[in-house]
Structures are given as C-alpha cells and as structure tokens.
Write a protein that binds this ligand. Structure first.
Ligand code: BDP
Length: 708
C-alpha cells in the first residue's frame, strides 16, 4: 500500500460478508445528479461495502425502499421523496442524522454536505467493524473548517514535505486534477468545507484569466465533495500586477480594480469561499504603507465579496521582523498591539485567522492572547498540520495533544470560563462566524504529507475542527484502525508511540517553554540554539553564561503577560504560578533556578534531552515489533523515518546539551553531557575519499568535526 487512500482504504476485514448478515443490500441516494455530494456518497458507500465486506450493492436514485437499504439525502429530499422523517432533531448547517436502528439505515444531512459527512461516519464505523445500533445527530462546532495550502504557482510548496503541488506547475494550474479529487475525498471525510489553494505569500499572477479558468476547474473537482475553494491575495496586486500607481486600500481606482477581479473570480466560481490575506508581515505588502488600518484593508475585500456570500480570512500574523524596535521589544505582543484597538471595526464577513500561539507554531506556546482581546470580531484558530518546526515529517510527532493544550486553555475573560475552543467557535462572544484553518501542504507524494504516520495529524485536525472537545487519543485510535486495521497490537503500539511523540520531541528539541530550538532563520529544522537570538525574527532564548529565558512580565520584562485577562496575566506574571513547561517563555532565570520539581533548570534540560531521545529511540523497536502485521511498503517507509529519528534525536540531545554546557559551564550531575565513551568518531576512522571539516555552529557535530 502506498498511502494514497489515507484512512479511506476500505481494506477487507478478517471476517467478510457472511459474518454480517445485516449489511444493507441496497443503497438509495436522494439525488441522481452525478456531481452532487449525495450522489458521491452513494458511490463511496458502494466501494466501502465492496472493499471492507466484499459485498456488491446496487445504487438506485430517488426511490425509497422499505427495508435493508441505506438511504442518503438531505432531510428535505427525504421529506419530498420518502415522506415524513421520524425523530430527526433540528440540524445545524452541515450537520447530519445517522440512524442504524431501523429497517433502513438513514443518513440525512441538513444539506448535501452533511449527508456526505454522515455517510463517511457510517463507513468509518463499518470499516472499524462497528455494527452498533445508533441514532444520533452530529453538528459542527463552527462553520469555518478550512485548510490552507502554501502552494506556489511554480509547483513548489512553502514548508511542504510531501513533494510538489497537486495544483500548480510552471506558473499554471496542472491539467490532470486526479490528485485534487483524491484530496477532496480525504478532506470531505473529515468534514473540511473549504481549501485555500495558494501560498499566503501570494503571487498575483494567480489572477490572470488562464489561471482563474484553472481555479474554476479546481473548484469543479472539489464541489461534489462539498468543498469550496478560496484564494490567497497579494495586497500590492493592483500595482504590481494591475499597473496602477498605488495599492492604497482607500483609493477609488484600487477599489475598482479589486471589484473587477472579484467579479471575474465569482463569474467563474460562484460559490468561492473567500479570500485569505497576509499583509504587513515578513516583507509582504500591506495597508501600513499608506497609513491605513488593517481593518481598512480587510473591509476592502469584505465589501467586494459580501454580495457573493464570501468570507475574508485576515491573518493576525502581522509583524515586521526587520523593524528596529524588535531588538528591544517582543514579537509575541504584535498581534494584540495591532488588532485590539480595531475590535468592532471589521465587517461581519471578516474573520481574523490567529495562529494558536503568539509566535509561530512552536513546540510549546501559551494560547495567543489575541483570543481574549476581540469581542466584536469573528476569529478562527490557525493550526499547522505540516510539521514545519516539529521535525518536518521525518520525526514522528502526533500534534493533536499540543493543539488540545491550546483549545482547552481557559483564558478567563471577565473572570468567566473562556475556553479557546469556545471563543473561536463563536460561542463565548456570540459570533456567527468562527472556526479553524490548518496549514496542510500535501504534495504529489503518495503519502500526501511525506510520511505515513504524519497523516494522523491531518485526520485529527478535521475531527477537532468539527468537535474541538474530542479526545486526542480517541481520534488517533480511529485513525489507526482505519489506516492499519484492527489488530490489537498494532493499535496499542501505534497509540503508544504517537502519544509519546510530542512530549519526546519537546524534550529533545526545546523544553520549559524555550521554544523549538531549530534554526530560526531559514530551514526551521535541526538544532541551532544560537540562531534564536540576535536576529530580526526574535530574541527568544536570551541565554548568557548565567541565565536563560525571555522575561515577558509586566514588572520587569516586555509586558506580554499583561495582554491576558487579569487571572491569567497574574498567573504568568508570577514565577511561582507559571507552569514549568512555560517557565522560560515568561521568565528569565538563572540556570540554577529550581523548578517546581526541585530540579535546577540546567539539570532538567540535560535530563529531559536524554529522556526525550531515549523515548524516540524506542519508536523504531516498537515499530519493528509490528513486522508482518503491516504491509511491506508502509512498514519499510515508516521504519526508515523512525530509524532516522532515533539518530537525529541524539543529534538534538547532544547539540542542545553541549551548547548550554559550553555556555553555562555547569556540569551534568549524571556526567553524561560531554562524555560519550562508546562513541566512535567518524574522523577517527580510516578515511578514504573523505575529508574532515570543522563545523560551525560547533554543537552540531561532536568534537565540532564532520567528514564529507
Ligand atoms: C512561518 C513560515 C513562513 C510563512 C509564515 C506565515 O516559516 O514560511 O510564510 O510562517 O505563516 O511559520 O505566513
């Protein structure tokens, strides 16, 4: 198996058809149009029943059967074609009703999308051998359940690790959209309803008429799966691409230019989801050039797409990494500084898309303070499925538990319970719009993301977008059963490895809230603690010979902690009440400072790096215990990465420990750091055809020497 079908393999279960006499013997869809989600649901049911249980079942359309069938449609279609529906509660948009108790299995959506979701739910049960008799409604937590792709028109994907784009090549939309349809299928099964297809660092050439025709073709492929397409815009397009002398958002010619573009877009794609805008960030142009506000910018687009029902996702990731003030100030404060005073100024169809933490997809961050500073503005949380700072798919890191720490954070606005998940879904402040977006970055690789196990993150994202209260391990286990079958040992082993993976990665990369100590300037991969300071992106570790951590308190530091509501601000302001895992995020302390556990910071660093790497090394052995229980192709592919991770976790361990030992001069009590008695250095071997090189930064090779 090559991974192409992800968790929708419909692989045969050990006990085929005859064990399950109650399998439906016909499928009825209440829409006969081939491009409708309900029709697609019928086809999907047919292949699921055939694949899992070897049962061939006919699909008929628009004719109700009295027994032994699966009926799929909307509540309204059912009423019209089959008659009154019993027991179905009022459903919300995209919600569904699934009833396996009666004579027929009923899958009824509030709309066609909901019917397709319900079908995938039923298929997920069947594929996990689950024949329980159930009758329930399921509704989404929020209307926005989007994914973002950072695909460039030349086919490269920014921070993508699964090969080139499935959408673009050489400046154009590819001819063959087969992979797009396969992606649509995966996304629909996890209830994603929109996809932004191009990079947030956007190229205006997407707006030429050939490319917009291509976007229409992409939208046609996604539509039968209930998925809408959205576009990232480059704010300077009217000037750089349109030839105007300005891109001032309040200039009449600029407004007219965008109006014209919007007409061209919606003429081709009448149901386009909306625009995504990154502006005034990391060198991208924005309204600040003309002293206009971010709301001036967002509302410019909002007004244009409002008549079409479109949404503007305006990113809160606004900061200027090369601004001089960053040397003394704190990038973590930027989002609140920029957006707080604009609360209420945004049009109703604007949603502020906020990265989960104040910095940038780090291994541990507190929840973005902006979630607790906007009360009259719709928000969505931005997560990252692609593991940019988290090992880039070469390391196993199941990220859902990290996301849960944020979604379940209580920010105590006005002293009241204010879970991030209730804020972003719109419940806490009564906003109609809200939800989530995740940067996914699948590519043409058959594994989609680059490695098989990383697909649990995509699956979990969709599940949490639908219901952020779900449990990370429960979600994982559904994914394992669907991806690798029902074997108990397979389930237990992959569960254990995955649940241990984020804590392990945090331990051997950057713990105590010091952030992922990767190279911060370019690759965001591999250890490079020194690169975290003295550059325009941040001054994060502030490590010197005696102390470490970034003081973000109001009393002595950057004042970031004061951006939270009082109770939370007070917790982070005080070193004693700050949780250890965020200690260095909020405080600058001596290496000898004692944690709540009684250990010193430096000893904890040493110990955790050993412990994290040790855990990562068990992953390979754990996986190898599954030999013969997993098909060879996926077994070997995964084994390769876990083998690599075993070694690279040691590189991480030693690089970080050596670096801080060198800086602080404080020895490891357990005498491991700097002592590697069993290690054979490559440069000490007889080398033929290799040369030795001194490496900089020193900590990235033992003894500072590498061979090439
Ligand atoms: C950073 C990425 C960069 C993105 C940026 C963003 O390194 O490639 O363009 O975020 O989210 O994490 O805009």
């Amino acid at each position: 198996e090559n991974g192409l079908n992800g968790w929708l393999r419909y692989a045969p279960l050990p006990c085929p058809g005859q064990c399950h006499p109650n399998l439906p013997s016909s499928i009825v869809t209440l829409n006969a149009t081939e491009t409708s989600p309900v029709y697609v649901a019928g086809t999907e049911l047919q292949s699921g029943l055939k694949g899992v249980y070897g049962k061939s079942v006919q699909v008929t359309h628009n004719k109700c059967k009295t027994s032994s069938s699966v009926v799929v449609g909307t509540v309204d279609q059912y009423l019209e074609i089959c008659g009154a529906v019993k027991d179905v509660p009022e459903l919300e948009e995209d919600g569904f009703w699934l009833d396996t108790k009666g004579e027929n299995v009923q899958i009824l959506g509030q709309n066609e999308r909901g019917a397709l979701y319900g079908t995938f739910e039923y298929l997920s049960m069947l594929a996990q051998g689950n024949f329980s008799k159930v009758a329930y409604a399921s509704n989404p937590s929020a209307p926005i359940r989007w994914v973002n792709q950072w695909d460039n028109l030349d086919g490269r994907i920014e921070r993508g690790y699964g090969g080139p784009s499935i959408f673009f090549k050489d400046g154009q939309i590819v001819d063959n959209l087969t992979r797009v349809a396969e992606y649509a299928r995966l996304l629909a099964s996890i209830r994603i309803n929109a996809v932004v297809i191009n990079n947030v660092n956007a190229d205006a050439a997407l707006l030429n008429s050939t490319n917009l025709d291509g976007v229409a073709r992409i939208a046609d492929v996604f539509r039968p799966y209930g998925i809408q397409v959205g576009l990232s815009l480059n704010f300077a397009s009217p000037q750089t691409y349109g030839g105007l002398s300005t891109f001032d958002p309040l200039d009449a010619s600029v407004i007219e230019w965008w109006s014209n573009i919007t007409t061209q877009v919606y003429d081709r794609v009448p149901d386009m989801a909306g625009y995504l805008v990154k502006a005034d960030s990391e060198g991208e142009p924005g309204p600040q050039k003309y002293n206009r506000t971010l709301s001036d910018a967002a509302n410019l687009f909002a007004k244009e797409i409002q008549p079409y029902g479109g949404i503007v996702m305006y990113r809160a990731f606004v900061y200027n990494q090369l601004n001089e003030s960053i040397w003394t100030d704190d990038r973590a404060k930027a989002a609140v500084d920029f957006f707080k005073d604009l609360d209420g100024e945004f049009d109703d169809n604007v949603v502020i898309q906020i990265k989960y933490g104040p910095i940038d997809f780090q291994v541990r961050e507190p929840a973005s303070a902006l979630f607790a500073n906007l009360f009259n503005t719709s928000m969505a949380i931005e997560l990252q499925v692609t593991q940019e700072y988290l090992g880039q798919q070469s390391h196993l890191v199941y990220v859902a538990p990290l996301w849960k720490t944020i979604l379940d954070s209580d920010l105590r606005v006005d002293g009241q319970p204010s879970l991030v998940r209730d804020i972003v879904t719109g419940k806490r402040f009564n906003r109609k719009l809200g939800g989530s977006a995740a940067v996914v970055n699948v590519g043409t690789n058959t594994t989609w993301l680059g490695s098989h196990l990383s697909m649990s993150n995509l699956y979990a994202y969709g599940r949490l977008a639908w219901n952020p209260a779900d449990d990370a391990q429960d979600i994982l286990q559904d994914w394992i059963r669907l991806t690798f079958g029902l074997d108990r040992k397979v389930l237990d082993t992959i569960t254990r490895m995955s649940m241990e993976s984020w804590p392990a990665y945090e331990k051997y990369s950057g713990n105590l809230g010091i952030q992922t100590l990767t190279d911060i300037i370019y690759t965001h991969y591999g250890p490079s603690p020194a690169s975290q300071d003295n550059n325009g992106w941040g001054q994060w570790t502030r490590a010197d010979q005696t102390s470490i951590g970034m003081d973000r308190t109001v009393a002595n530091g950057t004042g970031f902690s004061g951006q939270y509501p009082d109770e939370i601000a007070a917790m982070y302001e005080n070193i004693d009440t700050t949780p250890d895992d965020l200690l260095l995020w909020f405080h600058h302390v001596k290496y000898t400072h004692r944690l709540h556990t009684g250990k010193t910071v430096i000893q904890h660093f040493y110990d955790e790096h050993y412990s994290g790497a040790e855990t990562a090394q068990t992953f390979l052995r754990q996986w190898e215990s599954l030999r013969g229980k997993i098909d060879t192709e996926r077994y070997n592919h995964t084994r390769h990465f876990l083998d690599y991770q075993s070694g690279h976790s040691i590189v991480w361990r030693d690089a970080i420990n050596d670096f801080y030992y060198n800086l602080s001069g404080i020895p490891d009590q357990a005498k491991r750091v700097g002592h590697h008695p069993w290690r054979i250095e490559a440069e000490d071997m007889n080398l033929e055809g290799y040369k030795t090189y001194t490496v900089n930064p020193f900590e990235t090779a033992s003894g500072s020497v590498a061979i090439v």
